[in-house]
Design a protein around this ligand. Structure first.
Ligand SMILES: NC(=O)c1ccc[n+]([C@@H]2O[C@H](COP(=O)([O-])OP(=O)(O)OC[C@H]3O[C@@H](n4cnc5c(N)ncnc54)[C@H](O)[C@@H]3O)[C@@H](O)[C@H]2O)c1
Ligand SMILES: [Zn+2]
Ligand SMILES: [Zn+2]
Length: 382
């Protein structure tokens, strides 16, 4: 089968790799029809993780079941399914508590928890930017889709990661009806957090970034765009909230946060959130931060540390939630909102391309070029 193989920093190729296949009775084999490129892939693509050359990417996957193992009860051949990026067993201590983002079985390293397809430090699992994907514990991990699945793939594929992840940010931030919410980052994840805040009834959603195309998308769903290359975003949020600050906030950028000129400052968004959110407000951090970052520009960051304004954070009595999103906690409900025509997360999709065009798509998306907001690859079908 063909797959998007990592060769080294900013070097990928689409080439033949061994076919994915059923290896255990509980496996499901999926022919991938839609698979997204994610901001998380870019950390690996840029060589800012220890993702091993020769492995292939792809954790935002949707496709059609072509084979099931003998131990699979629910999922049937021919059905369209969307897969949470978290691979989870369903029966470990964490999965039992709904923490499928920290499964203990799917992660072979005993000191770690959590697994994903085609991802650094998240187990040995192959990615889905390929024609076929092996889904372990298939009954637990597959979310089945209805009859409109094939034609509405661009909406449903967002259930694999970024829509539930954006929603999780607003859950950790405890966004409630009437709230005023600020979101740092208008990438795909930030835009999904903005959509989720709206679904939860926020009265005002403010989105901070500096890319005009991404800010326009935020505006298209009723959010207030704040361009931090032209204004001080903290002051802009205070101005919008009678000087009190937002009720809550979401971090959707991560450790490669930078100023508008491109200089990395991994503490920039967290400290701006502390300053933009009012006393006692909550912050949901879904942007990825890492325990070590050898490619960082300063010593602190190389050790996975940031200079966090803990004094102000403590003084304001704020709370912060963090980590990978437990996609399974939300994907069924969000699927039903899509199916009912209540929401269309595909508004962020800028490009739908065949798998062979992955190298150019990575290059453009990595540069956050104007108009490249979200790429869906189609290994099979179009
Ligand atoms: N927790 C999870 O489960 C989970 C899941 C998916 C993605 N992520 C992470 O979420 C983050 C965002 O992903 P994405 O796909 O949207 O990526 P992206 O890189 O396309 O988007 C990030 C956006 O942040 C903006 N940005 C950079 N510095 C900023 C700053 N100082 N202030 C405001 N905006 C700034 C960039 O201009 C860009 O538009 C990444 O770190 C990704 O790894 C986490
Ligand atoms: Zn992702
Ligand atoms: Zn588990």
């Amino acid at each position: 089968m063909r797959a998007v193989v990592y060769e080294g920093p900013r070097q990928i190729s689409v080439k033949d790799v061994p076919d994915a296949r059923i290896e255990r009775p509980t496996d499901v084999l999926v022919q991938i029809t839609s698979t997204n490129i994610c901001g998380s892939d870019l950390h690996m693509y840029e060589g800012r993780t220890d993702f091993e050359p020769g492995r292939w990417f792809g954790h935002e996957n949707l496709g059609q079941v072509i084979e099931v193992g003998d131990g699979v009860d629910k999922v049937r051949v021919g059905e369209y399914v969307v897969l949470p990026f978290n691979i989870a067993c369903g029966h470990c201590k964490n999965c039992e508590r709904g923490l499928t983002n920290y499964c203990l079985t799917a992660q072979p390293e005993p000191s770690m928890a959590g697994a994903a397809y085609g991802f650094a430090d998240m187990g040995p699992w192959a990615g889905g930017q390929a024609e076929l994907l092996r889904v372990p514990w298939g009954d637990f991990n597959c979310l089945r889709l209805g009859e409109d699945a094939q034609e509405r793939q661009a909406d449903y594929v967002m259930l694999s990661d970024i829509f539930p992840t954006g929603y999780h940010a607003t859950e950790m931030a405890a966004v409630e009806p009437g709230d005023q919410t600020v979101i740092y980052g208008a990438g795909p994840v930030g835009l999904m957090a903005a959509l989720s805040a709206t679904i939860r009834g926020a009265s005002k959603v403010m989105v901070v970034d500096r890319h005009p195309d991404r800010l326009r998308l935020a505006e298209s769903i009723g959010a207030i765009p704040i361009d931090d290359s032209t204004v001080d975003p903290v002051q802009a949020v205070l101005d919008q909230t009678m000087g009190l600050g937002a009720d809550n906030g979401c971090e959707c950028v991560g450790y490669q946060a930078h100023d508008p000129s491109g200089d990395e400052q991994p503490n920039l968004t967290m400290n701006r959130l502390v300053a933009s959110v009012r006393f006692t407000g909550r912050i949901g951090t879904v942007g990825v931060f890492v325990p070590q970052d050898p490619g960082a520009s300063d010593d602190l960051a190389r050790q996975g540390r940031i200079a966090f304004d803990f004094g102000t954070f403590w003084f304001k009595g704020q709370h912060v939630g963090s980590g990978q999103a437990p996609v399974k906690r939300y994907n069924r409900r969000l699927r039903d909102l899509i199916a009912a025509g209540k929401t269309e997360p595909s508004f962020i999709v800028s490009h739908e391309l065949p798998l062979d065009r992955a190298p150019e798509a990575y290059e453009h998306f990595d540069k956050r070029e104007d108009g490249w907001t979200k790429v869906v690859l189609h290994p099979v079908g179009s």
